[in-house]
Structures are given as structure tokens and as C-alpha cells.
Design a protein around this ligand. Structure first.
Ligand code: C2E
Ligand code: MG
Ligand code: MG
Ligand code: MG
Length: 278
């Protein structure tokens, strides 16, 4: 067997490994051109009031359609885009596209709806995220409060030099700052005190087990307690059943997102929901 040195140590070279590397290169080379070839689009998943069902905000989720590879979910390609660095340009596109859409809805008389955009830890390194955000908000004449940024705990772990300052500047603009997938990984709770954030999104990983799984329920309750005592907002993700909605609402969570309410919607479908909101 031929042995290859990888970042993780030694691996035995095998046909399967060769195939995987081939697939990876396929994805990465196509991904690199996807933005210029206009292969991305966004869908918008409603965030709703758990009690009334009223629409509160939208989360923009990226989708990639490639003629060779088909439809790809972000879980499949975001990691690649992060390792090649393409995520920085892609992330800028997502930010601008989401704000452009909010402006379109507003111009269509549907009122202003806040949009949440996912931000990769790589967007905090070597680019001025706060400046990009300011420019995009100005371009579409939107208040900072129309935008929410969701980032994962990885941003805090990587701890790029200007992260804290970036958060401060974003917060000054009125942009909402939220930690996504809270509870899944890493978690050192000490950063919750030093970061100027507004809220947490309770990971779907735990929501899934509510109300049947006792330890998942315990984690959800603990996260509720943390959010409450630190004065942070809390959104539960991945709500699929009425039972889950009921149980989470009973824990004091007021906002949720999930297939029970709607999956990511095309802009026109989301607009119809907006039109119905009181
Ligand atoms: P996320 O930000 O935690 O987004 C929630 C994911 O859960 C979405 O998957 C959504 O479609 C899915 N989801 C929503 N409700 C339910 C439910 O009730 N049940 C289940 N099983 N799933 C539900 P999606 O769109 O495949 O995105 C996966 C992840 O990819 C996102 O997780 C986010 O971390 C990342 N991502 C998506 N769009 C972007 C983007 O524009 N930029 C970056 N950097 N990451 C993105
Ligand atoms: Mg998210
Ligand atoms: Mg999430
Ligand atoms: Mg996730």
C-alpha cells in the first residue's frame, strides 16, 4: 500500500480514498465557478411565534444547483467552500442577495421583515465583515435591525484578532447577533458573558428528542435557563411536530423554526406568507 501524509496523520492509500479525493476535487473546482455561473440561490425559512404562529423573521439558506452534480445541500458544500476560502465571496453574495430580497419585499408593500444570514467563521478572518454589512445595508437603504447574523461557536474558538471589535461595530449598527446551533460543540460558556450578542439558537440536535428523551429535554431546559438569566433571545430550530412545539413553548421558548411551520421557501412563497401576516 502507498501511504500518504495528510493533515491528520498517515492514511493508507486505497481506491475508496482516491474516489473520495476525486469527488472532493470535482466539488471544489465546480464550487469555485458556481458564483460566476449564477448557480446559487436562497430560500427563506420562516421564524414564527410559537404561540400564535405569526411570522417573525426569515432565515436565508443557500442552495446550489449544478448541471453535473445536481442539487446540493449546504451541509455538503459549505465545508469545502470554507477550506478553499471561496466561502468569503459566497458569503458576501448571500449577504447582498438576502438584503436585496428584503428590499424587494418592502418595495412590494409587504412591510419590512428581518432576515437572518448564516456567517462562516472564515468571514471574520481577513475581510472586514462589518464594513461589508454597512455597505450592503446602505446599498439597499435598510436599517441594521432588518438584518440578523447567525454564526457558530467556531467563530469564537478560532478567535480571529478583530472578532470582538467586529461584533461591537455590527451591534452599533443595530444588527442582531445570534449564536447558531447552540449546545452542539465546543461550548465554553465564558464567551457568552464577553460577547455583545442578542440571542441563541437552540440546536436541532436537542430539539429532536423533545419531549420523549429526558436528557435532550434537560439540555433544552438548561439552555432556556442560560438564555433567560443572561437576557438573551432564544429560537428553537428543527421543530417538526406539534408535540415539540407545545413542549418547547412550555419551557418558555417563544420563537421557533422548523418543518412544522415551513421549510425554506422560494421568495414568492415567502412573500405570500408575508402578505397573510397581520
Ligand atoms: P442552520 O443554519 O442551522 O440551518 C438550519 C438547517 O436545518 C437548514 O438546513 C434547514 O433546512 C434545516 N431545517 C429547518 N427546519 C428543520 C426541521 O424541522 N427538521 C430538519 N430535520 N431540518 C430542518 P440547510 O438549509 O441544509 O442548511 C444546513 C446548514 O448549512 C445550516 O444550518 C448552516 O449552518 C449552513 N448554511 C446554510 N446556508 C448558509 C449560508 O448562506 N452561509 C453559510 N456560511 N452557511 C450556510
Ligand atoms: Mg442558521
Ligand atoms: Mg442552526
Ligand atoms: Mg445546523
Amino acid at each position: 500500500d502507498v501511504k500518504r501524509r495528510t493533515r491528520n496523520g498517515w492514511q493508507v492509500f486505497s481506491p475508496e480514498l482516491a474516489q473520495r479525493q476525486h469527488d472532493r476535487l470535482q466539488i471544489e473546482s465546480r464550487l469555485h465557478r458556481a458564483l460566476d455561473d449564477e448557480e446559487f440561490h436562497l430560500v427563506y425559512q420562516p421564524q414564527v411565534d410559537l404561540k400564535s404562529g405569526q411570522l417573525i423573521a426569515a432565515e436565508a439558506l443557500i442552495r446550489w444547483r449544478n448541471s453535473q452534480l445536481g442539487e446540493l445541500r449546504p451541509d455538503v458544500f459549505i465545508g469545502h467552500a470554507e477550506s478553499t476560502g471561496d466561502i468569503v465571496r459566497i458569503g458576501q453574495w448571500v449577504l447582498r442577495e438576502a438584503c436585496r430580497q428584503v428590499r424587494l419585499w418592502q418595495d412590494a408593500g409587504l412591510g419590512i421583515v428581518r432576515v437572518a444570514v448564516n456567517v462562516s467563521y472564515r468571514q471574520f478572518v481577513g475581510e472586514d465583515l462589518a464594513r461589508n454589512v454597512r455597505q450592503v445595508l446602505e446599498e439597499f437603504d435598510l436599517p441594521g435591525t432588518a438584518l440578523e447574523l447567525e454564526f457558530t461557536e467556531r467563530v469564537l474558538i478560532e478567535d480571529a484578532p478583530d472578532t470582538l471589535q467586529t461584533f461591537g461595530r455590527l451591534r452599533e449598527m443595530g444588527v442582531l447577533l445570534t449564536i447558531d446551533d447552540f449546545g452542539e460543540g465546543y461550548s465554553a460558556l465564558n464567551y457568552l458573558r464577553r460577547l455583545p450578542i442578542h440571542g441563541l439558537k437552540l440546536s436541532q440536535m436537542f430539539v429532536e428528542g423533545v419531549p420523549g428523551n429526558r436528557s435532550d429535554v434537560a439540555v433544552c431546559e438548561a439552555v432556556c435557563g442560560i438564555a433567560r438569566s443572561l437576557g438573551l433571545g432564544l429560537v428553537a430550530e428543527g421543530i417538526e411536530s406539534e408535540e415539540q412545539r407545545h413542549a418547547l413553548h412550555g419551557m418558555g421558548i417563544s420563537v421557533g423554526q422548523g418543518f412544522l411551520f415551513a421549510p425554506g421557501l422560494a421568495p414568492d412563497d415567502f412573500a405570500r406568507r408575508l402578505a397573510r401576516r397581520g
